[in-house]
Design a protein around this ligand. Structure first.
Ligand code: KG4
Ligand code: ZN
Length: 367
């Protein structure tokens, strides 16, 4: 149960689990939360040329960016470090060396300022992105329980039942690739820039989602997911299309490097058909889980929640079964520290603090 505090509480959030260095300040009073700042320094341009995140490089850049991000978050919130009541930091899951930067920054601040730390699970952060809003007014802690959250990111695909703050039950998760990972790998197959997710959703807008009938892994009645077969099916289709293209150019006596490339229309159809397969499985399993568990609200979160096809389809289907639907603004779907500070606030209300000496990176952190 949440204890209703009447005192204003200011929480500094720190997130460095992957390739975003982020610091945020939120202000909470009772059941109301307001984002005062949410600074996100993305490393996408750095990792783009390698086609994925290089952990060692990510950690080095977190070291360069963490103090500027911290300063910027305090400046934007018009606060000094002394005004902060507690520090919420992502302790896992994520990249070990990246997490170490955020956790050790939080520990140093906690030691120097004599402030408590709240260690946060990154997945819990994604869920809580649904409890804050980007508008400048305070927001009442919604949505209503029991709720079901579909967390879809680069590292996770989980259906989580939440009976109250802090009470989680994992109903299903991916058996192989995470949804975002599948988007990124298929983006790579279609020779789109990294990360593939936003590019696939962009090119899919002009494609035919019914052009290729890619497989859906329903896994019987299970609420688990599997995307590796779908990814392989796209790979085989791309290879087949490229062979057909090159045979055609031999017949027409065209010899150019472009002969082995897919046409933009074909890429759009492949992207749209792949996206349709992912969205269909994610939405159907979420609706089934919501009905079976008689939830009041359905929430969507994680980087893949920025996908319009998924947002729209889940919203429509949730309306059909008369549940409430929540999805964060797009900037709060991908990694950010405001969502981490928001979980921190819910722990702070229960006085659930940890001394800095007991805080460590925990890759197997439990929900
Ligand atoms: O939550 P996030 O920022 O990091 C992790 O915790 O993994 O999620 C990043 C993932 C990437 O795989 C990225 O391709 C995917 O979210 N993503 C999208 C979209 N925007 C980001 N996937 C599909 N459609 C999008 N619009
Ligand atoms: Zn994430």
């Amino acid at each position: 149960m949440l204890i209703c505090y009447t005192k204003l509480m200011k929480i500094l959030g720190i997130e460095t689990s992957c390739d975003e260095t982020s610091c945020a300040v939120i202000e909470g009073k009772g059941k109301k939360i307001k984002i005062l700042s949410n600074i996100i320094s993305s490393q996408i341009n750095l990792h783009k040329k390698y086609g994925g995140v290089v952990p060692e490089l990510a950690a080095r850049v977190h070291i360069e960016n963490i103090i500027p991000a911290l300063k910027a978050s305090l400046n934007e919130a018009k606060l000094g470090l002394k005004d902060i009541d507690a520090i919420a930091v992502t302790c896992g899951p994520g990249l070990l060396v990246s997490l170490l930067i955020g956790v050790n920054t939080a520990k140093s601040l906690a030691y120097a300022l004599k402030k408590p730390i709240i260690p946060i699970n990154h997945i819990e952060g994604h869920i809580y992105a649904n409890f804050v809003s980007l508008n400048h007014k305070s927001q009442i802690l919604n949505p209503k329980f029991p709720l079901l959250c579909l967390v879809v990111s680069g590292g996770h695909t989980s259906l989580i039942l939440m009976k109250n703050h802090g009470f989680y039950k994992i109903l299903g998760q991916t058996l192989d690739d995470a949804a975002g990972e599948a988007f990124d790998k298929v983006g790579n197959l279609l020779e789109l820039p990294y990360p593939g997710g936003p590019w696939i959703s962009k090119v899919a807008q002009k494609g035919n989602p019914q052009k290729y009938n890619f497989p859906r892994a329903w896994l019987g009645e299970s609420l688990d997911f599997s995307f590796s077969g779908l990814k392989t099916a796209v790979l085989y289709e791309v290879r087949k299309l490229k062979i057909e293209n090159s045979k055609c150019s031999v017949r027409l006596k065209i010899s150019s490097p472009k002969a082995n490339k897919l046409k933009i229309g074909t890429i759009s159809d492949l992207a749209a058909s792949f996206q349709e397969a992912v969205v269909e499985v994610l939405v159907e399993k979420t609706i089934k889980a919501a009905k079976d568990n008689k939830v009041t609200s359905i929430c969507l979160s994680g980087g893949v929640a920025a996908n319009d096809a998924l947002r729209n389809r889940l919203k429509e289907n949730t309306k059909d079964i008369k549940k409430e639907f929540y999805v964060p603004g797009k900037i709060l779907c991908t990694d950010n520290a405001a969502m981490i500070a928001c979980v921190g606030y819910s722990h702070a209300l229960k006085k659930d603090f940890t001394h800095w000496q007991k805080v460590n990176v925990d890759l197997d952190i439990k929900l």
